[in-house]
Design a protein around this ligand. Structure first.
Ligand code: NDP
Length: 338
């Protein structure tokens, strides 16, 4: 399937790109600069331009950002939209987090409708942040029927809320678009929780690591020795499984029109420390132990669970173990330690 992937330089998108190519799809990916395109090319020296090509889209929130990117010869049949800000190095939460998320999502749907009539499937990387509203009791199990109904005032009150809202608002805007515009393509949303896993995208140093893996970095390499950070979102998925879920969503017609919670289950930061303790004797001195682990455990009363039956039944997902994920993540980060 000829596929347009947005944000190919990102943590998750680089694995989606890898999975698409391994499963025989041909890909054009958007990146923000020629330099990023060149970096990705070095990972695939044997792949032809017909199977991997690039379009520069410097800012997804620019009006008409995707109007040309969705046009290709041969024409696209599928689009996977991942590009959206997920970091907290910001001053203006509206301009830097919320607007790009919404404008990018609506922008690509509009561009596909107007300029790419051959596209049959669009998959967007939404988030568990668009599902969980934290108003439920701690024993509640979330499903695809749930929505984070955050208000605008709550959204702009701090950067973490703004990120969560950016995902809820943009996914809602996408489903609203489908209802109002009735385009010829179908929409599928992927709703992952904390995504961990080995990095295959290009970073210069560990300071520039993607946001979710910062947690593994901080526990593995000494920053959390005096106190394990609060886990926050106690549900996780391996980036390689999430990438496969995106690709299965363009391959399987049954995925059309669906949201998918993708996760094998719960974890805590304490579990991260314990896997590293067992697997990496050379890192033991920098790990939190004993009382320092307490902050990384489940809070009293437990924490919400997720029902991911739909991902298994419709997409056929099976999930990697937490141990495999953490070990592979740490191994991928070690070369960057100075
Ligand atoms: P990354 O930061 O690695 O990837 C984000 C990608 O989006 C990068 O390619 C980035 O480009 C691009 N991007 C951000 N803002 C813009 C913009 N204004 N214009 C153009 N491109 C932009 O993070 P992830 O891979 O983790 O995130 C990918 C998607 O997954 C996001 O939609 C995120 O919300 C979602 N997600 C992530 C989770 C996680 O735990 N990691 C959990 C749930 C959802 P560049 O690097 O060049 O700035």
């Amino acid at each position: 399937t000829r596929t347009l992937l947005t944000g190919g330089s990102g943590f998750i998108a680089s694995h989606i790109l890898d999975t698409l190519l391994k499963r025989g799809h041909s890909v054009v990916t958007t990146v923000r600069s020629q330099e990023k395109a060149e970096q990705i090319k070095t990972s695939y020296p044997a792949v032809s331009k017909e199977n991997l090509d690039f379009v520069i889209v410097p800012d997804v929130s620019a009006p008409d950002a995707f109007d040309q990117a969705v046009v290709s010869d041969p024409p696209f049949e599928a689009v996977i939209h991942t590009a959206s800000p997920f970091h907290f190095r910001i001053r203006d939460v509206k301009k830097e987090l919320i607007d790009p998320a919404i404008d990018g999502t609506v922008g690509i749907l509009k561009a596909v409708k107007n300029n790419a009539p051959s596209v049959k499937r669009v998959v967007i990387t939404s988030s568990g942040a668009a599902v969980m509203d934290f108003s439920q009791s701690k024993t509640y199990t979330y499903t695809e029927a749930d929505w984070n109904n955050m208000t605008w005032d709550e959204a702009v009150s701090n950067p973490l809320n703004a990120y969560r809202a950016s995902k809820a608002f943009s996914e809602k805007a996408a489903w609203d678009f489908m209802e109002k515009e009735k385009p010829r393509f179908s929409l599928t949303s992927m709703n992952p929780p904390m995504v961990y896993g080995p990095i295959i995208h290009h970073i210069k140093e560990l300071d520039g690591l993607n946001t979710s893996n910062e947690r593994i970095r901080d526990i593995a390499f000494g920053k959390a020795k005096a106190g394990c950070p609060f886990t926050g979102v106690f549900v996780w998925v391996d980036v390689r499984d999430l990438a496969l879920a995106h690709v299965l969503a363009i391959e399987k017609p049954e995925a059309a029109g669906q949201r998918f919670l993708v996760s094998p289950g719960q974890y805590t930061n304490k579990d991260i420390a314990e896997v590293i303790q067992e697997g990496f004797p050379e890192l033991r001195n920098g790990l939190p132990t004993g009382d320092a682990l307490k902050g990384g455990d489940f809070p009293p009363g437990g924490w919400y669970n997720w029902n991911t039956t739909k991902s298994k039944e419709v997409l056929g997902m099976t999930y990697r173990s937490f141990k495999e994920c953490i070990v592979d993540t740490v191994n991928s980060l070690k070369p960057f330690v100075k």
